[in-house]
Design a protein around this ligand. Structure first.
Ligand code: ZN
Ligand code: MN
Length: 143
């Protein structure tokens, strides 16, 4: 995945945000993991690089990055959200046991959107599809 800082700096500036080292570190941490971490997990990931950062700052930074369209916030109805540095359309699979969120490496169903849209005249701006079940590790642990 690209971690082109110039591109990020341009995006920040376009929206009138100041580019801080903290923001770049947080976004790069998110882009370099496939675990879909919570804000608290991100806080622990960046703490070695930004020792004086607070959890509140991490939350505010994630909010700003979301507003800039640089991350996806994944809400699962629980008490906390997960964050994804991959903003390209893709599906997720959620483990009902450990809560892990995995990327689903399958094509997005755009033909389904087109079919429904042409049949009904409904203008689609997006759709959601999520797989629920049990991850490999949890299945192994149970057997
Ligand atoms: Zn699991
Ligand atoms: Mn993802």
């Amino acid at each position: 995945m690209s971690t082109n800082n110039d591109e990020l700096i341009t995006a920040f500036k376009a929206k009138g945000y100041r580019i801080t080292k903290q923001r770049l570190i947080i976004l790069n941490a998110l882009r370099n993991t496939a675990t879909h971490p919570t804000a608290e997990e991100i806080y622990n990931m960046v703490k070695p690089q930004i020792p004086n950062i607070s959890l509140g700052t991490v939350y505010r930074t994630l909010g700003a990055l979301e507003e800039l369209g640089l991350l996806q916030k994944l809400v699962y109805g629980g008490s906390f959200s997960r964050y994804d540095g991959n903003v390209n359309a893709h599906y997720h699979a959620v483990c009902l046991d450990c809560g892990k969120v995995l990327d689903v490496d399958e094509p997005v169903l755009s033909n389904l959107e087109e079919r429904f849209s042409s049949e009904t005249g409904f203008t689609i701006v997006g759709h959601k599809l999520e797989f629920h079940g049990y991850c490999k590790d949890c299945c192994k642990r149970k057997n």
